[in-house]
Design a protein around this ligand. Sequence first.
Ligand code: GLC
Length: 442
Amino acid sequence: MVRSRKGPLPIPWWEVKREMPPATDKLHTADMAWWAKARFGMFIHWGLYAIPGGVWKGKRVPGGGEWIMNTARISDKRYAQLAKQFNPVNFNADQWVKIAKDAGMKYLVITTKHHDGFCMFDTKATNYNVVAGTPWHTDPMALLSKACRKRGIRFGAYYSIMDWHSPDQVGADPAAHNYNPAHMKKGRNRNYLRFLKRQISELIRQYHTNLIFFDGEWMHGWNRADARALYFHIRRMAPAVILNARIGFGYGDYLTPEQNIPARGLPGSWETNMTLNNTWGYASWDHDWKSSAMLIQHLIHCASGGGNFLLNVGPTDQGMIPQPEAERLMEVGKWLKVNGQAIYGSDRSPFKTALPFGYATQKPGKVFLEVIRWPKSHTLAVPMTNRIAQAYLLANPRIKLKTTSGSSGQLVHLPAQAPDPAASVVVLKIKGAVKSTEAQAP
Ligand code: GLC
C-alpha cells in the first residue's frame, strides 16, 4: 500500500472500478449540502493496530500500520490478544475534536471497524469490541460524537466490509495468515449481511452518524445484491446519511480517490483521502511528514477540482494524536483563518486548463486565485474577459490591487512579496459568470 507521493499518480485499478457509472436505482436522498461546503475533514485510523504501531517481534513492518495483522502474518487468535492490552489512558475526545476544529476541519470520519474486524464502538453484534473486550471498557465513539456535536463538527464512521475476524469470511491463504483478499464463505452472505445491517444500525442510532465511509468492498463474494440490500437498508433507516461509493457496484454518493488528487478533479461529488506521513494507522517509525505548505496546497487543489480533502491522523495506543500531526494541522488552520473564504462553500475552478501560478475556486461574483508560485513578473494573467471590479489579497483586503486588460485576458498586478509562502489568495470581484478566454486559445 506504500505509494509514492511525488508527482501525480495514475488512478489505480481499484479506483477505476470504483468510478463505474452509478447504479441507476439509487435514492438520491443524502444531505450533501453540508458536505459540499465543508471541503476539509479529519480521517482517524485508530484500533488495536496502534499497539504494535508498525513493529512486530522487534521488526519494522512495512506498509500501513493498520494492515499489520496481514503484513506480519499474525494469527487471528494472537492478534485478538492485543485487546487485553488496549487501555488508552490519555484519550481525550474533546482534545481530538478541538484539534480538528482548530485545523479548520468541518467533519470527522473514524474507523469504527477496520479490516482486522475489531469494533471500536459499543456493539451487541459481537464481543470483539472496545467496550466488552478491553480493560478500558469505554466507548470512544460515544465520546467523540458528543464532542463533535458540542463543537459543530459532523461525525462520520469508517467501516470495513472485509473482516478478517468474521466467521463468515475466510482469508486468501488461511494457513499462512494471509487474509487479503478475504472471501465470503459459501452460503454465508445472508448471515454476514444481517451482521452488517445490525452494526450499521447501531452506528446510526448511537452516534448521530452523518456519513458512513465503507471500505474493503474488494473482498471476494461481496456482490451487487449485498451492496444493494445494505444501501437500501441504510436509505430506509436514515435517508440523509451520506455514503461513499466503496459500498460497491455503483451505490453511494461520492467517490474516494486515495492518496492522490485527480489533476482536474472528478465529475460529481468526490473526496481525496490522504495520510500525513505514509501510514493510516500509527507506525512509530514513520516520520516522513508532509509539510504544512504541501497540505495547504493539497486542500486547495481538491477545492479547485470541486472536491473535499479528508486528511488522516493515526493516534497512538495511549490515545494521543502524534505531535508532528497536530502541529501541521494547526498550521493549516492558521492559513484557513485568513483564507478560508476561498475554500469553504466554494465551487470548482471556472478554468478548464491548469493555471501556471496555482489554482482557482469561485463563488457567485468572486473568483479566488490561490497563488502557489508567486510570479517573478509580479503579474497574474487571468484567462477571462470579465471586467474586474476590484482585486485584493485575502491576507490584506484593504489594499486594492491594480488590474489591466491584456491580450489574452485580465492582468492583476501584485506586490513584490507573497504574503504567504504556502499559498496567497487573490480575490477578483466580477459581475456574472466567468467568461473564459481558454476556448479561443490555440
Ligand atoms: C485502503 C486501505 C486502508 C485504509 C483506506 C483509506 O483501502 O486498505 O487501510 O483504511 O484505504 O482510504
